[in-house]
Ligand binder design. Structure first.
Ligand code: ADP
Ligand code: MG
Length: 159
């Protein structure tokens, strides 16, 4: 099985803690990296994405791509920030997301569980759960390689 899942659990007690995780992942990002984000409204998906973008070298504000579905930014690598919350599976299917997933940039997909079947077989999944005012349990799942390796590196760093 090529798509073994490797899990790393991170406890965040502040937006800064979440930024630290986003920074660590951004630092090792390479072309073609795909990250799906899920979690309730207010869990911190956009906060994570903004921190991630900043640490990828994107200048300016990264907002939730509410009306555009996909927003493209220029950092050390191109960043494709998507939010599929408001579109149907059918609409997402017609967007031709593979062009982004298998492109030269990094993809961050908010609400990726909606389009789970459209996600590449290998990717990183991040689930954010609100457990207190500022407390979040962040579950990072590496599905296949090199995502498993990335998760193991994160575990080593914080485990
Ligand atoms: P989502 O995109 O998941 O709906 P947002 O990122 O828009 O959520 O909002 C998350 C909110 O929670 C922000 O106002 C952020 O400052 C706040 N917050 C508080 N604690 C944390 C934390 N530990 N990690 C991330 N965000 C946090
Ligand atoms: Mg959001």
């Amino acid at each position: 099985d090529n798509n073994v899942e490797t899990v790393f659990t991170y406890r965040s007690y502040s937006p800064q803690d979440t930024e630290q995780l986003a920074a660590a992942i951004a630092a090792v990002s390479t072309a073609g990296l795909v990250i799906g984000l899920d979690g309730d409204l207010g869990a911190g998906k956009t906060a994570f994405s903004q921190s991630f973008a900043r640490h990828l070298g994107v200048e300016g504000i990264v907002s939730s791509p509410t009306f555009t579905i996909i927003k493209e930014y220029k950092g050390r690598l191109p960043l494709y920030h998507m939010d599929v919350y408001r579109i149907s599976f059918q609409e997402a299917d017609e967007l031709g997301l593979d062009e982004y997933f298998y492109g030269q940039g990094v993809c961050l997909v908010e609400w990726s569980s909606i389009i789970q079947e459209l996600m590449p077989p290998r990717h990183m999944h991040i689930h954010m759960e609100t457990t207190g005012l500022d407390e979040r349990i962040i579950t990072v799942t590496g599905i296949g390689e090199p995502y498993g390796e990335l998760c193991r590196d994160l575990s080593q760093k914080w485990g």
